[in-house]
Write a protein that binds this ligand. Structure first.
Ligand code: ADP
Ligand code: ADP
Ligand code: ZN
Ligand code: ZN
Length: 842
């Protein structure tokens, strides 16, 4: 290796010895503190295992040892990392992109803690109607009893449960599940059996039951406890009651409405909440009109607006509104200032603090967000930048910030602001460990750690650790080529559109009556700064309109987030003018997980496993024992391990600590019972086959063309390193996206499909980007249309058509700034994309 001894400016080092987390190969590493250290390498090489799985996990473990067991439970604890020693490690804060969905209900204001200040401002410096007493800061939060609107309890909407919502089909009998709102499975049967005991007729159509009975069943608040005889007919039950036969158990009846409301208010499961919501009618709260606060709180204004309207303004407007107060020369409140000089002082202090904090958010390109915007509607990149901004003004020092691809979702213009923010954190005396693929960020590093050479078992080594320039000497590095060779991606011949898909009068979020034309039969990129309206246009309106036109069910989005957030109606508009004749199918390839439980994995998702199971069932021994393909599924009782029900691990509940998973004591992770494992195909059991990487499986199934074809595609999208049975929950968003793409690619190519992808290069190393582009190119060549929202200018430069949305974010965006081939858009005067794009077209 070249001499990579530290230049004098580094004051201290973190020393890692023997790191073996996931695929890391007993890695030793010294990296400087008080510096911007960037971890690079192809996807799956082990960057995150090093930065998050080892360094951050160890810092967190040490911290947690110092806190009480009670406090420990509140953390999402990471596993203890596999590493011998780490010296010189400061406390760490992780700003990781959320892979799952956030479960807690929070907003831009609460994540950034700005809402606390704003409430203080209203409480102490607001304008009160004559005669009204002061409202304390809590009184401005809809989540407190002091602040919540008494009619809707701070929800902004009121919910009504009616006979129609609970019993959608009144021709059914209770036994036939007329009461749709009852819990499914056992819970519903239990309620029915109780009604039998109580003497209600469960075999007559609902609508023929007396009104009095119906009302009692639905609306009563009584909760009688009665003997239950499950499995008895009504006659038998009557007899049993007369004879005082001992019941199976005593059951408690709950009125259906009460059950729905109770579930809705108390469940922690978004799915259950959503189910409860089905049986409720919602409408805007008549008292607060959706503003969620009690009237006294809404009567207090600042600069003429109540706090609810204040929270709905883009941060940019909030900053502009507060500036005169912060600088002490507001003219609005002259009269009041004269009467209450102390209020003017308080207003100035709080406003100045808010303006300073808002400046950081505006610098990070987030000025288009509003305080009340709920976090589940933000992109992971936006959320990470919000957290980053919060750190920037929390004035910590001596901390390591560990970040996961902070440039995700950022236009190159926004990336410059991000780099400035990171430099501020460093200047304040902090260390930054950043996992990143963006070459502009990598070039700014003080120190590079390049992990590789390839993914999975073929990675896990540190190829280089030192100042960026030194990487130029490291031949094995795939990052080297992209960092030092300035060639753009090979640009193919520009293709000519075969037609146009025209949308008219598009309305959504910041799009107000837009007309847009997407070319068909080519590869289009949609660009623009973060918040300009790309996703609103492409991932929302375009997808919805085309899906509706084709009569597709929209892929389920509903399992995510808090159903309350989506129950409010959204303004939507637009229609398709022409072009649909050429589109037969819509395919969205996003980064959402391919499954939420370890029961789904790549092999099941792609359909590959169906073939594999058939191969096992066709072996002579399986046929002799009459094992069918189902026997080889870990989701089916006959073949799986009974101890862990095919999970491969069992959950161990610990007192005071989060429960942990440990390998199943019976099957040791194999997931199948011993009998099933006795069946071998080419000397491997089904569990061993699930343990193969895609690359190894490709060789193993050499004489099975159908299986091999599926595996070939997975290798082509760069997933050769993944294990067939790797649980969905361990896959990154980028991996999930490529699995979806591969599944799509192995289907017969018919052409006439519209493919929509939102930032497909997120999480991808430049080498992986090349592979992805080759696949997309193949789709277009086969007669399909590909539309991609994208920030990577190399990708944009290689596309056939660019649609630039902007010029700014939020209300300063939402228009088509330029549209045309890349070379043309690169010349557009108003476009913030043009200068960055031009660099790649030289
Ligand atoms: P990168 O950050 O470079 O994309 P990762 O560190 O996420 O790579 O992954 C390195 C290897 O470890 C990959 O083979 C990946 O599939 C594997 N891996 C990642 N997370 C887990 C996990 N929770 N359990 C087992 N293997 C994992
Ligand atoms: P981009 O994809 O270009 O980053 P978006 O389409 O996500 O931009 O956002 C455009 C505008 O719409 C922004 O002002 C954003 O805050 C707003 N917006 C996006 N999604 C929502 C939502 N679910 N609720 C309210 N406003 C939204
Ligand atoms: Zn209300
Ligand atoms: Zn088991």
């Amino acid at each position: 290796h070249p001499d990579s001894s530290a230049p004098p400016e580094f004051t201290g080092f973190v020393r890692v010895r023997g790191a073996r987390e996931h695929n890391l190969k007993n890695v030793d590493l010294d990296i400087p503190r008080d510096a911007l250290v960037v971890f690079t390498g192809v996807s799956g090489s082990g960057k995150s295992s090093l930065a998050f799985g080892t360094l951050y996990a160890e810092a967190q473990r040490r911290y947690l040892e110092s806190v009480s067991p009670y406090a420990r439970r509140l953390f999402h604890q990471m596993a203890v990392p596999e590493v011998d020693t780490i010296d010189g490690l400061p406390p760490a804060v992780a700003l990781q992109q959320q892979r799952g969905t956030p479960t807690t209900r929070s907003s831009v204001g609460s994540v950034t803690t700005l809402s606390n200040l704003v409430r203080m401002l209203y409480s102490r410096a607001g304008h009160y109607p004559p005669g009204q007493g002061i409202v304390y800061a809590e009184g401005f939060s809809p989540n407190t009893p002091e602040g919540a609107c008494p009619t809707c309890h701070g929800l902004g909407r009121v919910y009504e449960v009616t006979e129609r919502t609970m019993v959608p089909d009144d021709a059914l009998t209770i036994r036939e599940r007329a009461i749709a709102a009852w819990p499914q499975a056992w819970g519903g049967q239990n309620q029915r059996d109780i009604l039998v005991t109580l003497g209600f007729d469960v075999d007559r159509p609902w609508r023929e039951l007396p009104r009095q009975d119906r009302d009692w069943i639905l609306f009563t608040d009584e909760q009688p406890v009665v003997p239950v005889y499950p499995g008895y007919s009504p006659e038998e039950t009557k007899r049993a009651l007369r004879r005082k036969e001992p019941p199976n158990y005593m059951g408690t009846f709950t009125g259906v409405k009460r059950h729905v409301l109770h579930t809705f208010a108390n469940t922690h499961s978004p799915l259950m909440k959503k189910r409860a919501l089905q049986f409720m009618l919602s409408s805007e709260c008549p008292l607060c009109h959706g503003k969620r606060l009690r009237p006294e709180s809404l009567a207090v204004t600042f600069a003429g607006v109540d706090i609810a309207d204040f929270s709905r303004m883009p941060l940019q407007r909030v900053a502009a509104l507060l500036l005169p107060y912060a600088e002490g020369h507001s003219t609005g409140n002259k009269q009041q200032d004269a009467a209450h000089p102390e209020q003017a002082v308080v207003a100035q202090r709080i406003a100045a603090d808010l303006v300073a904090r808002l400046a950081v958010l505006l610098d990070l390109g987030l000025g288009y967000l509003a305080l009340e915007r709920s976090t589940p509607t933000l992109s992971p990149g936006e959320l990470q930048r919000l957290r980053l901004a919060t750190q920037l003004y929390s004035n910590l020092f001596g901390v390591v910030y560990v970040l996961d691809e902070p440039s995700a979702g950022l236009h190159p213009a926004d990336t410059e602001a991000l780099l400035a923010a990171l430099a501020d954190l460093k200047r304040a005396g902090n260390s930054l460990f950043v996992v990143e693929h963006d070459l502009d960020v990598i070039r700014q590093a003080d120190w590079l750690v390049d992990v590789g050479p390839a993914a999975g078992e073929k990675g896990g080594e540190v190829l280089y650790s030192g100042p960026p320039a030194g990487l130029a000497q490291v031949e094995a590095s795939q990052t080297r080529r992209h960092l030092f060779d300035h060639n753009a991606l090979p640009t193919s011949q520009l293709r000519t559109p075969t037609g146009w898909l025209r949308l008219h009068d598009v309305r959504r979020n910041n799009l107000h009556g837009l007309d847009v034309a997407f070319p068909l039969g080519v590869f289009t990129t949609v660009t623009g700064v973060s918040g300009s309206g790309k996703s609103s246009l492409v991932s929302q309106v375009l997808v919805e309109l085309v899906a509706a036109h084709l009569g597709h069910e929209l892929p389920a989005e509903e399992e995510e987030g808090d159903p309350l957030e989506r129950s409010a109606p959204r303004a939507t508009g637009g229609h398709i003018g022409s072009g649909m004749a050429a589109i037969k199918r819509l395919v969205r390839v996003d980064q959402k997980p391919i499954g939420r439980t370890p029961r789904s994995n790549m092999a099941t998702y792609t359909g590959l496993f169906d073939h594999v199971r058939k191969l096992f069932a066709a072996t002579p021994e399986a046929r002799r024992r009459r094992y069918d393909a189902g026997r080889f599924s870990f989701n089916v009782a006959k073949g799986r391990c009974e101890t862990c029900q095919g999970e491969g691990f069992v959950m161990v509940e610990l007192l005071f600590l989060p429960s942990v998973y440990s390998p199943c004591p019976t099957c040791h992770g194999a997931r199948y019972n011993a009998k099933t494992l006795e069946i071998k195909y080419h000397n491997k059991s089904v569990a061993e086959v699930l343990g193969l990487t895609v690359d190894d499986a490709w060789a193993f199934f050499a004489d099975e063309p159908v299986v091999q074809r599926a595996l070939t595609v997975l290798r082509e999208v760069g997933l050769g390193y993944l294990r067939l049975g790797q649980p969905a929950t361990e896959l990154s968003g980028g991996e999930a996206q490529r699995i979806k793409l591969a599944t799509e690619l192995q289907r017969a190519q018919r052409g006439n499909s519209l493919y929509i992808l939102d930032e497909p290069t997120t999480g991808l190393h430049p080498s992986d980007v090349e592979k992805l582009l080759a696949q997309l190119d193949g789709l277009v060549e086969a007669g399909n249309t590909v539309i991609v929202v994208e920030h990577d200018m190399r990708v944009v430069a290689g596309s056939d058509w660019v649609l630039d949305i902007g010029p700014g974010a939020g209300e300063e965006g939402g228009r088509v700034v330029a549209a045309g081939p890349p070379a043309e858009v690169a010349q557009a005067a108003d476009s913030r994309t043009a200068p960055y794009l031009a660099r790649f077209l030289a």
